[in-house]
Design a protein around this ligand. Structure first.
Ligand code: ARG
Ligand code: ZN
Length: 881
């Protein structure tokens, strides 16, 4: 574990390195406890430089065996080495020289899962962001691009499969049962994209012919016996490759493309050049073991990593402050891919829900940072929803502002101008300025300024002058170390909705720029006047969620109901209903807190029925509309003095009221939606299942709810339905025999399938109520649980802390106590995963005073632990600040 030096890295301190490494040769002799790594670097002085300053290479916990320069071993006085640094004091004065370094590492002891480690007896690597320095001393920074040739040696029985980046060159036998393989990657790349895999795995093979007719060999490697479970991932890969050619004009560039699924992985997946390494959760799927959500995630993540080949690998980042250059852009690309493969409007609603659930609380709390941060202590803590999801929203806004055709021209110019480079956000924005002739300097604030902008709107109509007026004001709340904010460019897609539900035309508009039904805010305040508007329209604003803001419109309930029934923009229609639900749930929460009986408007209950039965709407849309805002959504919108028990009570009351008001309708629909034959993971079939499972959730609040869920569970022919029924039983009927039986049955059936057991952990960890803390504690001793495996930890502990508002925030602090203990034991093995877990406490200041004090205490306890890693200290200190 790297010790915390407290060092802060700043964007303004960026300076090109004195040396370059055009060529890198690596030889690995693999052994679990003592792997030798010989690195042969061709080092070059930066052109024009006449000095020869010391060559300072990064390391992290390394054991140095030897150093040679130009073939002769180096006098110990000529260099200085620590586990974290190798300094060659006076390098040769020649333009180029060769450095040979041998290090020894122990993959089997590597529990941080960064660098070279073992997962299920498979050697694998994770180098982003700074894992390469745990393998050998190097200029481990993304602007050092090098051509790699890699030789791997291993015992053939231990590792018949030897993979690295690029194309295979040669393989053969060695003495004593060893063998070797050589790989060469012709594309210069930064060290974070280096990868190696060695082990005994099953292979799924396929091929792809690129648009120019080149044949690419595709391989997905999984545990023996699981080959069948990679079929969907392979299909998603081929669709991704075709889509990137068609939509972005990007062709694949190597002879092979390999994906390896491993079971111990810190994140989702990694885009190493030609050798993507995946968390197996995002590769393996069939209907028996994976839910529709899993299928959709696999499709999206396979696409995401593949798309990085151009946005990330061919064009990489100059430094880690530019992380959003590859991540925000690549998320945007994978969102577009999924939208094209599935339903665009449903996908957009799902994206916005995710953004609000993960990025908004980050932006509104102590961990807020700009999409392009200016400083960090630990870069691993900046793989955030802000960099990824808000980063994607910013790219989407560029497209909204420029229009699709000009946006594509800008992307083409980006690829042409920066291919082979390590680029910056300024480079990215410049291509769009160049192709459009627009000045994007105000827009650039989206990258530089943290915080979610709020836009308030008041509308008025004057029949005599036929004028419709919007008074609009924007503000950006202060965020850590940025108290004063500048005015942003906010593009708001809109429509003026007439009485028949169609958008009405107007004669002219003044007070703001309007282009293609997008209103552009550039100033703090705008008075926007539409003329020639005879009747008072309902205003539909921020259609398609064109800008990632919070919006407060003074709008009558009547207008909201009208838009929820008639808005022609599907997103805004969903939004209108969701706003009604959210407002209802916030007042239900306050009523419940005040001990008052909770009452609901019959209009709302009826509208839920209307939406459920509206055959003109997609099933998936109806499912999303009927999914009530989560307890965390309600807490976020209510903003302060949060009492999760009262939120849950209000939400359960609304569930039951909607179910009672629509009991016959929901029952009929539920039965009509029963599965009709063979399983297909496609979006339409998934939508039917989603709607039926949402209806089950409602119906389970009625008498005999547990019996209905038990039947649903017993009759399920796929994991989506089975998990949905188990969730209903465990969350709403935990003390019934039906729930106990289903939980035991599920466990017995899947006890040897770790990924399915993760669902079993998740479902129990998210069960609301005071009893869950003890249940989760007990589950940490279950044979299927392992503190060393990130997926297990996230499923049980992560789910408990992020999705279980009433359990985690238990009033007596028992949830926090358990959490602190667990985070600290995870941290000893894996600081990165522990730091991620700890972000669960970031919204502690919005809790009611008693819980707030307990949460603070928990954070302080963590901060006082001995030998805290940089990862965890960084999160905890920022959260407390
Ligand atoms: N580049 C990867 C992705 O977005 C994420 C890797 C992050 N790894 C880390 N250790 N921070 O696909
Ligand atoms: Zn990525």
């Amino acid at each position: 574990m790297r010790t915390d030096t407290g060092q802060v890295f700043r964007l303004e301190d960026y300076r090109p390195s004195d040396y370059l490494i055009p060529l890198t040769g690596l030889t690995f002799r693999l052994s679990p406890d003592g792997t030798s790594v010989v690195s042969e670097l061709t080092v070059e002085r930066r052109s024009g430089s006449t000095e020869n300053p010391p060559l300072v290479l990064d390391g992290d916990g390394l054991v140095l065996k030897r150093v040679e320069i130009d073939g002769t071993s180096l006098d110990p006085a000529a260099y200085e080495s620590t586990p974290d640094r190798l300094t060659i004091k006076t390098p040769p004065a020649t333009q180029q020289f060769r450095v040979l370094i041998e290090t020894e590492i122990a993959p089997s002891k590597n529990q941080a899962l960064m660098g070279l480690y073992r997962s299920n007896n498979v050697y694998c690597t994770q180098c982003e962001a700074e894992g390469f320095r745990r393998i050998t001393y190097f200029l481990d920074r993304p602007d050092i691009l090098s051509v790699y040739t890699v030789r791997i040696e291993a015992r053939r029985d231990e590792a018949p499969l030897l993979l690295a980046n690029g194309n295979p060159v040669e393989r053969g036998d060695l003495a004593d049962g060893w063998h070797y393989a050589i790989w060469h990657d012709p594309f210069p790349k930064p060290s974070y994209l280096f990868a190696l895999v060695a082990g005994d795995l099953g292979r799924v093979a396929d091929s792809f012919v690129t648009v120019s007719g080149r044949e690419v060999e595709l391989g997905i490697y999984v545990e023996h016996g699981k080959e069948r479970l990679a079929a969907y991932a392979m299909d998603a890969l081929k669709r991704s490759m075709r889509w990137d050619e068609e939509v972005f004009g990007r062709e694949y560039d190597l002879d092979v493309f390999n994906i390896v699924a491993v079971s111990d992985f810190n994140m989702g997946a990694m885009e190493n050049k030609g050798l993507n390494i995946f968390n197996d959760k995002y590769v393996l799927a069939d209907e028996e073991t994976a839910t529709d959500t899993d299928f959709a995630n696999i499709e999206a993540i396979i696409a995401h990593e593949y798309f990085h080949n151009w946005t990330g690998n061919r064009i990489t980042c100059r430094d880690w402050f530019q992380l959003c250059l590859k991540e925000g852009l690549t998320v945007f690309r994978d969102h577009e891919f999924s939208a094209d493969q599935r339903s665009r409007s449903v996908k957009r609603i799902a994206e916005v829900r995710t953004l609000r659930a993960h990025q908004f609380p980050e932006d509104q709390g102590p961990l807020a940072h700009p999409v392009r941060p200016r400083r960090y202590r630990e870069i691993n803590n900046f793989y955030t929803a802000t960099v990824y999801e808000k980063g994607s929203e910013v790219v989407r806004m560029i497209r909204t502002i420029l229009g699709k055709a000009t946006f594509r021209k800008g992307m083409d110019l980006y690829f042409e101008r920066h291919d082979g480079e390590a680029a910056t956000i300024e480079d990215f924005l410049k291509v769009f300025e160049d192709v459009s002739g627009r000045d994007l300097s105000q827009f650039a604030l989206w990258y530089h300024q943290a915080g979610t902008p709020n836009v308030t709107v008041a509308a008025s109509h004057d029949a005599s002058s036929q004028q419709f007026t919007l008074e609009i004001e924007q503000s950006v709340p202060p965020t850590p170390s940025e108290s004063r904010k500048r005015v942003m460019h906010i593009p708001l897609a809109f429509g003026l909705v007439g009485p028949d539900g169609k958008d009405i035309a107007y004669d002219s508009v003044e007070g703001a720029t309007v282009e293609d039904d997008v209103l552009h805010l550039h100033k703090r305040r705008h008075t926007v006047r539409f003329s020639g508007v005879k009747e008072r329209p309902a205003i539909s604003l921020n259609r398609g969620f064109s800008a990632p803001i919070t919006l407060s419109i003074e709008q009558s309930a009547q207008d909201q109901y009208f838009l929820a029934r008639h808005d022609s923009d599907a997103f805004s229609r969903w939004q209108a209903f969701n706003t009604l639900l959210t407002e209802t749930l916030i007042s239900a929460f306050r009523q419940s807190r005040g001990g008052k009986p909770i009452e609901f408007s019959t209009d709302l209950l009826e509208l839920a029925g209307t939406i459920a039965a509206d055959e003109t709407l997609e099933h998936a849309f109806r499912a999303l509309a009927l999914t009530l805002p989560s307890e965390a959504d309600i807490a976020r919108e209510a903003a302060s003095n949060i009492d999760p028990d009262a939120i849950l009570a209000g939400r359960e009351a609304l569930m039951a009221a909607i179910a009672q008001a629509n009991a016959d309708l929901f029952t009929k629909l539920y039965h009509d939606l029963s599965s009709d034959g063979a399983f297909s993971p496609d979006a339409a079939s998934a939508g039917r299942r989603a709607l039926r499972n949402v209806l089950l959730d409602y119906l389970s609040t009625l008498p005999n709810g547990a019996a209905l869920a038990a039947t649903h569970f017993a009759e399920a022919t796929n994991m989506t339905d089975r998990a949905a029924a188990l969730t209903v039983l465990a969350h709403r009927h935990i003390d019934t025999p039906e729930a106990k039986e289903a939980l035991t049955g599920f466990e017995a059936r899947y006890r040897s399938d770790a990924l399915v057991m993760d669902k079993w952990f998740q479902i129990q960890a998210s069960a609301p109520g005071a009893g869950t803390v003890d249940r989760v504690k007990k589950l940490t001793t279950h044979p299927a649980f392992a503190l060393a495996n990130p997926n297990r930890v996230r499923s049980l502990i992560g789910t408990f802390a992020t999705l279980n508002q009433t359990g985690f925030h238990r009033a007596d602090g028992a949830g926090y106590e358990f959490f602190v203990e667990t985070v600290l034991s995870v941290e000893k093995r894996n600081p990165q995963v522990a730091a991620r877990l700890a972000t669960a406490l970031r919204s502690w200041r919005s809790l009611e005073p008693r819980r707030q004090a307990k949460a603070r205490e928990a954070l302080v306890t963590i901060s006082r632990a001995e030998n805290l890693s940089a990862d965890l200290r960084d999160i905890v200190e920022r959260t407390l600040a």
